[in-house]
Design a protein around this ligand. Sequence first.
Ligand code: V47
Length: 411
Amino acid sequence: MPTLIQTPTAPGTALIPAGELSAPDIDPAAVKVNAIRDPLLQPIAEKIMRRERLFAEDGMALFNTRDIHSLGMLAQAVRLARHGRVAYYNVNRHINYSNICTLSCKFCEFQRKRGEAGAYEYSAEQIFEIADHAADAGATELHIVGGLHPWLPFNWYTSLLEHLRRRHPQLHLKCFTAIEIDHFARISRLSVREVLVALKEAGLGSMPGGGAEVFDDRVHDAVFKGKLRSDGWLQIHQTAHELGIRTNATILYGHVETRRERIDHLIKLRELQDRAPGFQCIIPLSFVPDGSDLAHLPGPTGLEDIKMLAISRLMLDNFPHVKAFWIMQTMKLSQVSLNFGVDDLDGTVVWYDITKREGGLGNQRQEQTVDNIRRLIVEAGYIPVERDTLYRRIERDASGWRVVNSTPHDA
Ligand code: V47
C-alpha cells in the first residue's frame, strides 16, 4: 500500500521556490562562445551567461538559426545549471472522461457532438474503476481532462473529486484545464475564484496546462474561435496561483501560427509567472494533424520540435521545468530533447484519447513502462528520478511509494 497522504502546499508557503524563479548561474565551461557559428547567437549566449532576460528578437534569432548545435548548447547549459544530470519522469494515468464538447476547434480530432458517432462519456463509476487500476499499478497522479460537456452539472465534477480523494487519498488529482474551469463558472453561475475554491476543497491538487493553444487573436479566430481567449486563460491561472494551486502551461505549435506568435505566447507566460508565480513547467505540444480539420497541414518537423523545446527553456527563464510529452513529440525525439533543454518526461500515461501520432485511431492505449523510460534516460546520459506532480522525489519499495524530502540533485 502506498504510504503517502497527499500534502497540498501549506497556506502562505511560496508556491514555487524563489531560486527557481530567476535565471540560474551558468557554468562558463558549458557555453563555448567561440564554437558558436551563427554570429547572431553570440550576443544571446553572452546575455545568458550574464543571466539577462532574452527579448522577443532574441527568440526570433534562435528560431531562425541553422546552428542547431549552438541552440542546443545554450538550452543545455541552462538545463544543467537548474537540474544537473537529473531527468524527471512520473507514473501517472491520464483519464479523458468525455469527448463531448460544445466547442469545434479545428485542430482537435477528439471532440464530438452529442449523438455523433464516436461520442463517449465515462460514468463516475467507470472513472473510479480506472482510478483503482491506476492506484494498483502504482500511479502517483491522475490527470483528468475532457471536453466542455453540455449537460453535466458542476456538482458532478466536485463530487467526482471528493469520491476520488476519499477512495485514493494518496493520488494527486491534476484536473481540468482553464477552458473547463471557465465552463464550470458559466454553468454554475459562480466566479472563477469560487469554482477553484470549491474544486480545491473537493480534492483538486493542481491544474494541467492544456487549452492555452496560441495566445493570439488572429490564430484564435482562425482555428479555435468560440474558445476562451488568452486573457481569460491567463486570468484563470493567475487566480489559481493566488489560491495556492500550482499549474502547468502549454503551447500548441505547428499549425497556422507564426514563430513570432509563439515567442509572444512564451513572453505572456513569463510575465504572468513574474506577476503571480505558480507555473511548474511548460509543455510545448507538437500539433498532430491526423483526423483534424487541419489534416492538410504537415505538422511540425523534428527540427522544429527540438527548436521549440530548446527555445522554451531559454525564453522561460522563470519556469523550473520543460516537459516533453512523448505522446506528441514521440518517445524517440523526447529522448533526444533531454540534450536540448528538456528535464522532464510525462509519463507512463497508459491511455490517451485526445491524440495518437502513430498507428492510427481506434485503440488509444498509449503506455510507457517505467523500465523503458528509465532505460532511455540512462542511455541519454542522465539520472532518472521519479517525481510526483509537485516535483518531489518519489522512492519505492515492496510496500509502495513515498515522497523523499531530499533535493532531486542529490540523486
Ligand atoms: O489542450 C488537442 C492539445 C492539449 C491536439 O499539464 C493537441 O502536465 C496536438 O494539455 N495535436 C491537452 N495537440 C494535453 C495537455 C497536457 C498534456 C500532457 C501534460 C500536461 C500537463 C498537459 O492537447 C489540449 C490541446 O492544446 N491538443 N488536439 C492535436 N491534434
